[in-house]
Write a protein that binds this ligand. Structure first.
Ligand code: FES
Ligand code: FES
Length: 162
């Protein structure tokens, strides 16, 4: 199959990818660009393990062709924080034990990031509704919700003191 050029910005870097039109975005990210934070869970847009941020929206990258991301601005968990400088959401997930196996975590945190961009002061119910497309098999969600609410408070305090 003839390959096509796709240009996108991934975690602040310009990327020029030569791939087949049938390549799914999750596979382009993981296998062609080595960005392995987003995971493959269900491959059918149910679990949210593959969630990325694309053009300011949470997107399940198993349900999008890489070709559809041509010209897009993409952020994955790798673009939110680093091991030495965790994002507040990552810190709060760590502090409140919002993860166990961690398989859902990159997608969950990337989704929570967009949720807090859209609604910086969510209620518990809004957080639960906001992450409804991201499944976690381990935690029972309680600590995830706690971590996101605490991250919201901390992010708002940081904004006020800036
Ligand atoms: S792998 Fe994409 S939603 Fe499950
Ligand atoms: S921590 Fe295991 S699936 Fe969420």
């Amino acid at each position: 199959m003839e390959k096509m050029h796709i240009k996108m910005t991934v975690n602040g870097k310009n990327v020029d990818l030569l791939t087949e039109p049938r390549t799914l975005l999750i596979h382009a990210l993981r296998e062609e660009l080595g960005i392995t934070g987003p995971h493959v869970g269900c491959s059918s847009s149910h679990c949210g393990a593959c969630t990325i941020d694309m053009n300011g929206m949470s997107v399940k990258s198993c349900s999008v062709f890489a070709a559809q991301a041509d010209g897009a601005e993409i952020t994955t968990i790798e673009g939110l924080g680093t091991p030495d400088a965790l994002h507040v959401l990552q810190e709060m997930f760590k502090e409140h034990h919002g993860l166990q196996c961690g398989y859902c975590t990159p997608g969950m945190i990337t989704r929570a990031y967009r949720l807090l961009q859209e609604n910086p002061t969510p209620t518990e119910e809004e957080v639960r509704f906001g992450i409804a497309g991201n499944l976690c098999r381990c935690t029972g969600y309680q600590n995830i919700v706690k971590a996101i609410l605490e991250a919201a408070t901390k992010m708002n305090e940081m904004k006020e003191s800036a």
